[in-house]
Design a protein around this ligand. Structure first.
Ligand code: UT7
Length: 321
């Protein structure tokens, strides 16, 4: 069967790391509150000149290097972001240019924190249909640019960064490597729970992030545990078969509650929210890259990716590394 097989991963973070203590000097908050409520201890914040496009390109180049490939081997770029460099052109086209590519399709996908799952599922479908052979799938964000730094209920939660996968269509055996099953969902009814209060067609301004944190938390745990069950059922696997879960890194308590619901020990959950905070679409590929490079995720492991974000949107994807 034709599957999209992961050939390489990469990630990129801004240079500046901001600890909770440093943030508490500017915002009415404390290291203790942020740690206890979220598990976050620090985040990376983009400086002038560091953008979603530059971080995305750096992560993509790292993924190409990891795969032992060059941009000449690629025929598709899908980039997930809610913080593009410009309203248009799509940041994916600028990443293509920065990498020295030309001609092949490159486009952005917008599903906020679930963006990487949406981008990966789209690229996977294009690869399996024969429309492309080798894709770079990127999650890249600079949420620091859409935060209201006077709103302590949101500004302490997010960070900037990028992660990337290189995937290739391969003819593999049923128990072979690659993306096995994916499910995506959306429910626009809850749009006002997590949104940006501006945009080109409404205010003409970029706007700032607004969130009803407690409600988002409740929906996240319910939606994530249900989509994980769906994907496992579709793939014919049990929770116990999973070697690693790489979740969207919004809040340690969400990761813990979702793992409990599935009866999965936290030892199988990759946690990077403490280091990176919530990097929206970048968080899943960033966390995957960390866990692969430090030797946790090994070839042949069964890995579940999952995310939930504004929209609401949510999804999960099961792959064999
Ligand atoms: O990536 C997309 C998905 N996003 C998420 O998954 C986020 C989901 N939500 C959450 O992670 C949590 O709901 C938060 C971390 C946002 C908030 O945690 P919480 O335990 O739900 O706290 P809360 O909103 O109920 O606030 C508790 C208290 C409030 O004070 P009172 O009303 O009890 O006196 C807040 O004013 O904490 C206060 N508070 C803060 N205090 C210090 C809120 N933010 C802060 C802060 N520092 N930064």
């Amino acid at each position: 069967m034709i599957r999209s097989v992961l050939l390489g991963t990469g990630s990129a973070l801004p240079k500046a790391c901001v600890s909770n203590e440093e943030l508490a000097k500017r915002v009415d908050t404390s290291d203790e509150w942020i740690r206890e409520r979220t598990g976050i201890t620090q985040r990376y914040i983009a400086a002038e000149g560091e953008t979603t496009g530059s971080l995305g390109a750096a992560a993509a180049q790292a993924a190409l290097d990891d795969a032992g490939l060059t941009i000449a081997d690629i025929d598709l770029i899908v980039l997930a972001t809610a913080t593009p460099d410009n309203t248009f052109p799509a940041t994916a086209t600028q990443v293509q240019m920065r990498l020295g590519g030309k001609g092949f399709p490159a486009f952005d996908v917008g599903a906020v924190c679930s963006g990487f799952l949406y981008a990966l599922t789209t690229a996977d479908a294009m690869l399996r249909s024969g429309m492309a052979k080798r894709a770079i799938v990127i999650g890249a964000e600079t949420f620091s640019r859409i935060l209201d730094w006077d709103d302590r209920t949101t500004c302490v939660l997010f960070g900037d960064g990028a992660g990337a996968f290189v995937i290739e269509a391969q003819d593999v055996a049923e128990d072979g490597a690659g993306i096995i099953a994916s499910r995506l969902h959306a429910d626009g009814e809850h749009g006002e729970m997590l949104y940006v209060d501006g945009g080109p067609s409404t205010t003409g301004e970029v706007g700032k992030l607004r969130m009803k944190g407690r409600e988002v938390f409740r929906h996240a745990v319910a939606n994530l545990s249900s989509v994980l069950k769906e994907v496992l059922e579709q793939a014919g696997h049990e929770p116990a078969d999973i070697d690693w879960v790489v979740p969207h890194q919004a809040n340690f308590r969400i990761l813990d509650a979702t793992a409990r619901k599935l009866g999965l020990p936290m030892e199988k959950v990759v946690v990077t929210v403490d280091q990176h905070a919530n990097t929206s679409a970048a968080s899943v590929p960033l966390a995957y890259d960390v866990a692969r490079k430090d030797g946790r995720i090994k070839k042949g492991d069964l890995v579940m990716l999952e995310a939930m974000g504004g929209g609401f949107t949510w999804g999960a994807s099961l792959l064999r590394a």
